[in-house]
Design a protein around this ligand. Structure first.
Ligand code: MG
Ligand code: ZN
Length: 373
């Protein structure tokens, strides 16, 4: 900001003929200098908002397959920096989404199956929880149940990912601003007979069950439980704008807080396409995720001080793209996860902090530092 303020000072202090000469001969230089300054100021603006997009199971080749299927460049290709992250967990060279989600949320590697707890099952604190405690707005958006491993790792603390009803109760223990996804049954059809949606309403949440009802909300705390379990996948009829529209709505609401926000958005079902060895599903879900990435990058363009990080929790399917005589073949080597490194794409304020070869745990650690948490 200091640099920006010196420009009018310099202009006002340079008088007479010198200024005229400068204006005539130096205008183009000044303009380019101003542009450079603007870029420096923008990249140096402190990080106020973080949008963290996780494509579950989205390795480099899944992104590559989506690119090959799409006539236009993907939004993800606008990334200003690219890095790689190592996904292994504390117990396995091949992680699951619980351990990798916990690593990406808390900065600690743990055992496969763990949600928000360390190898000793001790409670960890996620970057979302730290942000909420410091008065930032926070949000989670997913296409699976909101209590499923990846979003759960940012708010839940249970020894095993299957304890989803317990994870749902954890949504009442953090002052999260907004969450959008499936999983209504985990809140309302519970073995303990509790209706957590009533508890959410008592805490001031607007609880909604349809995209239309969500769309009508302009501000405040929101719990959008848009399916009993997971939403349908794209090939099964999910609205192809669900994730991008939900992202835009989340950004509208969260950005009303002058303290800034932390938002995690998951493309949950790229992973399912990998498990099913179904390339059409992988590509449809990856393209859907990419539309959410476009929303995030566009938001960062309009709001300096916004950092966007896009990555995966692990690769699923061992996908390769060999030549088969007539073109490319989409060849899966497994129905499970793999230990491949996955790409990290970054954009906006301090995006250059997410390059090189990283541990998955480096990502939330750097995010917390950048937000001053
Ligand atoms: Mg997931
Ligand atoms: Zn999986």
């Amino acid at each position: 900001m200091k640099k920006k303020n010196t420009i009018p000072l310099i202009i006002s202090s340079v008088a007479g003929a010198f200024a005229a000469v400068w204006i005539i001969f130096g205008l183009s230089n000044l303009n380019s200098a101003k542009r450079e300054n603007a870029e420096v100021i923008e990249t140096q603006a402190p990080v106020k908002n973080i949008i963290f997009l996780i494509g579950d199971g989205m390795g480099l080749v899944q992104v590559n397959a989506a690119m090959l299927s799409h006539a236009e460049p993907l939004a993800i290709e606008r990334a200003q920096f690219v890095g790689l992250q190592k996904t292994y967990s504390a117990t396995n060279k091949v992680t699951d989404s619980a351990a990798s989600g916990t690593a990406l949320a808390t900065g600690t590697k743990t055992y496969n199956g763990a949600i928000g707890v360390g190898p000793d099952t001790a409670r960890l604190t996620s970057v979302l929880e730290k942000a909420a405690a410091k008065g930032l707005s926070t949000g989670l958006v997913a296409t699976y149940r909101i209590t499923h491993a990846t979003p759960a790792a940012f708010i839940g603390h249970v020894p095993h990912r299957d304890m989803e009803e317990q994870i749902a109760t954890d949504f009442l223990k953090t002052d999260i601003t907004l969450f959008i996804g499936g999983g209504r049954n985990q809140f309302e059809q519970r073995r303990d007979g509790q209706n957590l949606s009533d508890s959410l309403k008592a805490k001031g949440y607007q609880v909604v069950y349809t995209p239309e009802a969500l769309d009508s909300i302009e501000s405040g705390k929101v719990a959008a439980l848009l399916a009993d379990s997971h939403l349908p996948d794209i090939l099964g009829g999910r609205d192809s704008l669900y994730l991008s529209t939900s992202t835009a709505k989340a950004l509208d609401i969260l950005s009303q807080n002058d303290n800034g926000f932390f938002l995690m958005i998951e493309g949950s079902m790229i992973d399912g396409g990998g498990h099913d060895n179904n390339i059409d599903k992988v590509i449809a879900e990856a393209l859907d995720f990419d539309r959410a990435v476009a929303e995030a990058f566009d938001f960062a363009d309009r709001h300096p001080g916004t950092l966007v990080v896009v990555t995966a929790d692990h690769e699923t399917g061992g996908l390769t793209l060999p030549e088969n005589g007539n073109g490319v073949e989409y060849l899966f080597s497994t129905g499970n996860h793999t230990g491949s490194m996955v790409p990290v794409y970054s954009y906006g304020a301090y995006a250059g902090c997410f390059t090189g070869i990283m541990e998955n745990t480096d990502i939330p650690t750097r995010m917390a530092e950048l937000l001053g948490l």
